[in-house]
Design a protein around this ligand. Structure first.
Ligand SMILES: [Zn+2]
Length: 299
């Protein structure tokens, strides 16, 4: 008898989840593109630089690591390949890359270091961040770059909050702005539909961060195994935040979104990330705004 594929006897949703677990398909569907007119009306609200003003030169270091998920997810090397030339289109910047960690000489010249990778955050790595922050350098982490394997209190002092691989959920998220007046959020809708992945809970004192945007999550209904059947408790979870560690001069911007590659081609996400980068570098938050639509085809 011809052996039957066990998947054909299962409901479709289960098949998708099983294939997704094998990294064969994504369990989530790509979100529809943003409307060009909506993005343009946000861009128009950004203050124009004063006539004759010049932009400060910024050395920006993009740090990626080895890929750890299936196609279209956690594509750190792909991001570095796409975003190095994208960021190089900005005015008065020098873009450098590191994989999987900066060389000692790269730290010294960086004004801003952006991490999209999974790393341990051991004591030497946390010390590198402290040194950068002590001289006023900016730091940005994207998605699993906030995940730390040890000494979470020390890690949270550098990034405002820390995350020990705990709960998470892939899928549709209604992202809610908590501070629409913050320069990073200026003009963005109060609620934005995304398809990505929030994490919870975070380790550290929430009063150490300025939460820009959140998601309301059923905290026992994530994709992980930390379930409590019947418990529908909803908590408001930080998804984007800024921090200014009290013991240094550095600024930090953290994006929990960034699971799916499609998120990096979402102009709303790009605006949050690009403005977060410029803000962390203590510069005009809108200096990279035009890159939010660079290379994208929007309806
Ligand atoms: Zn993820």
């Amino acid at each position: 008898m011809k052996p039957r594929c066990f998947l054909t006897s299962l409901p479709w949703a289960t098949v998708v989840i099983a294939l997704a677990a094998c990294g064969l398909v994504s369990a989530a569907e790509a979100p529809p593109p943003r409307k060009r007119s909506d993005v343009e009306s946000i861009l128009k609200q950004a203050p124009k630089p004063a006539p004759g003003s010049t932009t400060r030169h910024l050395n920006i270091l993009l740090v990626a690591g080895p890929k750890d998920h299936g196609p279209g997810e956690h594509d750190y090397p792909g991001w570095q390949k796409q975003w190095a030339p994208l960021m190089a289109k900005a005015e008065n910047v020098k873009i450098s890359t590191a994989f999987p960690w900066p060389q000692p000489e790269q730290w010294g010249s960086a004004d801003l270091v952006v991490f999209y990778l999974k790393t341990k955050w051991d004591a030497a790595q946390v010390a590198d961040i402290k040194k950068l922050q002590d001289r006023g350098g900016g730091v940005v982490t994207i998605h699993w770059a906030i995940g730390c394997d040890q000494d979470w209190d020390k890690h949270s002092q550098r990034f405002g909050l820390s995350y020990k691989s705990a709960s998470y959920r892939h899928g549709a998220v209604a992202l809610k702005l908590q501070d629409p007046t913050h320069p990073i959020a200026l003009g963005l809708p109060r609620t934005m539909a995304f398809v990505d992945e929030p994490y919870w809970p975070f380790i550290g004192d929430r009063s150490n961060v300025h939460v820009l945007a959140t998601s309301d999550e059923k905290i026992y209904r994530g994709d992980d195994r930390r379930q409590n059947p019947g418990d529908e408790t909803v908590q408001t979870i930080p998804v984007f935040w800024t921090a200014e560690p009290a013991d240094s001069k550095g600024r930090v911007f953290v994006s929990i979104f960034g699971h799916y590659t499609w998120t990096f081609d979402d102009p709303y996400f790009r605006l949050l990330l690009l403005r977060g980068m410029a803000w962390a570098a203590r510069d005009n938050p809108y200096r990279f705004d035009r890159l939010a639509v660079e290379g994208l085809t929007l309806p």
